[in-house]
Design a protein around this ligand. Sequence first.
Ligand code: GAL
Length: 854
Amino acid sequence: MAMKKIPMSNNNASVVFLAFLASLVCSVTASVSYDSKAITINGQRRILISGSIHYPRSSPEMWPDLIQKAKEGGLDVIQTYVFWNGHEPSPGKYYFEGNYDLVKFVKLVKEGGLYVNLRIGPYVCAEWNFGGFPVWLKYIPGINFRTDNGPFKAQMQRFTTKIVNIMKAERLFESQGGPIILSQIENEYGPVEYELGSPGQAYTNWAAEMAVGLRTGVPWIMCKQDDAPDPIINTCNGFYCDYFSPNKAYKPKMWTEAWTGWFTQFGGPVPHRPAEDMAFSVASFIQKGGSFINYYMYHGGTNFGRTAGGPFIATSYDYDAPLDEYGLLRQPKWGHLKDLHRAIKLCEPALVSGDATVIPLGNYQEAHVYNYKAGGCAAFLANYHQRSFAKVSFRNMHYNLPPWSISILPDCKNTVYNTARVGAQSATIKMSPVPMHGGFSWQTYNEEPSSSGDNTFTTVGLLEQINTTRDVSDYLWYMTDVHIDPSEGFLKSGKYPVLTVLSAGHALHVFINGQLSGTAYGSLDFPKLTFSQGVRLRAGVNKISLLSIAVGLPNVGPHFETWNAGILGPVTLNGLNDGRRDLSWQKWSYKIGLHGEALSLHSISGSSSVEWAEGSLVAQKQSLSWYKTTFNAPAGNSPLALDMGSMGKGQIWINGQHVGRHWPAYKASGTCGECTYIGTYNENKCSTNCGEASQRWYHVPQSWLKPAGNLLVVFEEWGGDPNGISLVRREVDSVCADIYEWQPTLMNYQMQASGNVNKPLRPKAHLSCGPGQKIRSIKFASFGTPEGVCGSYRQGSCHAFHSYDAFNNLCVGQNSCSVTVAPEMFGGDPCPECHEETSSRGHLQLMTCYSRSK
Ligand code: GAL
């Protein structure tokens, strides 16, 4: 996108000069503190815009680009959790390599010129396996998580200290000249404390004291913790936080999680949060005195391997964030928020000067006015009405405010931004198959449904799954024998007995004498499941093999660490001659994990340890199948994914690296309807994918590939068609601009502020393709009242015939272009009688769509 030059007034120049001087000082000795208004850095109050990027949810090769895009998007700070179970996979054995290289990540953020908000936790929630706790922690004698418990506190203190010491040794706190300006202890503990009462309170006080005692030299925060002890700042998390105030008048109003969308769960639709409402929520927080906002997530990324929690959290953690799972700009969200940040920053000196004066402008309208120290003011004009435009008058000027929107006036006069007027370009993204001669050529290896034998152990009764596997694998086999007497009536009638299995979750495949007989699974809201189905038993001994599967351990909820998984019973057979037979208390054999896992079939060396079948022997719709193939990396550096639409459920590896769990057979149920930005948002409001796979595409980081001979291994539990799997590129297909004639422009304000122009400037349509791409053609342009959304525009009742001319001339063949939106550019005003408030999309609207060309 073209960058606008920002002319500076004398006033602005001096502010920038001071900030520059301060940042020079910063890198030597810096102090971070706070007062009632804001976080202060070297004594200066700051309005800080932050965004969450969790380092293990992308590859280190992606980090510099994500950080750069965050910076271009107007961020000052990157926020991340620290993921204990990734860093200490077994007690005392630490791992800080690859995508767990926390020091490298923090240093890259510094190099990118941004600050860091380090949320050490070490409980993190985050839809992450076990909320970030290592599973071994649960097996420390006498431990009780997140309460006033000696063994837990000792472990928490040990790990927190370890992280703080690493950061100190690398001089990464701002007090040492590093980028970390804030740290967080615990995460949303308030509601848990409320349930626990006094042990909860004691734990809060201990955690606060412990953290402060680590002397990082920068402030600590606790989110959703109304009683956070001094000097810790309590902060807000939510879709909106304008109503929030900190627990002491001398603490600033901070929003640590402004949810940009929501996570996807297997079985659920894909949530989206409109850019206009996101901007509205942030503008209303700032207008009401907020001074720190963090987008959760700014880049959501991917739950690689078995890191997803839940249970049932999908492998994609896209979150509808401004940077999508693959690191591409999500437009118009990224651009609309970038414009918002510029508008807020223009007001920063006024915002940090003191409190706002609130002036009612109507029943649903109000102004928040902030005075500059040097004179003058900045204002936010809000219209909370959910249907109507509002004409308001403020300081003898008239303003037209769209419903559910806030206008920002850095000089109390000119509107430079309105949250409901998206000036940023939008884009449609496509997943295009990478040409591969004849597709993947698969080999297959069948995992036998387990029966007692190698690595099994036998006991009476049913065992809880996590206690048994300690989460080294998703899979646990429960196996038993059932003797059927030849006199059983069903052998003649063919009315098979019903096997009923009650499981605490999360998924189950039932094999009878080696044949898949049925499958059952739960959901995030209800992980428990019941399998109840007629099963083909024969006279004599029958092998019942139940494959119980965990799909991520819980990460939130009261004492989530105690929740069970696996077949706890009863397991019964009904419809035998003597009625019901309870199998729960007979002898069961157990096997942890799959045979293929024990052989490391996903790895290059392990995969050559067995005979693989090829050609017509590659079975389709076959349960418990391992598939492997090799392929060469495609040309170019577009992000890549595997289209798993033809598969059922299982896991994927590339060159031994674990992509994650696939489960496209779990179709999304929920409500996917009309989506309007207007009105209070919640995670169920603007979903897509109902009736389709919750997740069809699985991100393959480019850096995991070598030029040739990449090993792709898929384990399929349920049955799918591997020939339907393809490698796809994620690319910008078309970009669109949707410009309103009334679009506020930052340029107008800046030109006026510098005294260079008297008459308002016309808005411009700015369009740009991805790096290395050019605009091939104009798919659609209409200066008038066009309808539809990017990718499916159509002409409205009014349309200027020369709408395409300017675009064809100025844009085709270019990487980017800007076109002024004014009637004379398109052969005159096609509908002079239209008015902003009578037309939902604006009077003279212009939309263009550009398709990619290479
Ligand atoms: C918050 C929590 C985050 C994340 C979020 C939902 O309550 O602090 O870690 O789980 O909910 O995505």
